[in-house]
Design a protein around this ligand. Structure first.
Ligand code: SF4
Length: 83
């Protein structure tokens, strides 16, 4: 099942004005979580990231938190084996 995020042209989401790397690099996950905390669609964003097995911090949830909740990002085991 693929969750559609709400789309409205007048909806300003905080990450739209932030360097995308903030949401992809673990070293900036605390910053991403703070940004997501003020987002009006954070719950839907977190659900979408879980369902689509995404990497990064989405809806205020980091990779490690997503894995702990049972939603393992695509390629997670491969990354662990390479490290
Ligand atoms: S919750 Fe999702 S849409 Fe909202 S700021 Fe965070 S990454 Fe962006």
């Amino acid at each position: 099942m693929n969750l559609e995020l709400p789309h409205r042209d007048d909806l300003i989401i905080p990450c739209a004005k932030t360097d995308p790397e903030v949401f992809h690099l673990t070293k900036w996950s605390d910053r991403a979580k703070r940004i997501c905390a003020s987002c009006p669609i954070s719950t839907a964003c977190k659900t979408s990231a879980r369902q689509n097995r995404l990497w990064g911090t989405w809806g205020g949830e980091t990779n490690d938190e997503r894995v702990a909740a049972g939603f393992i990002p695509t390629g997670w085991g491969k990354k662990i084996r390479e490290n």
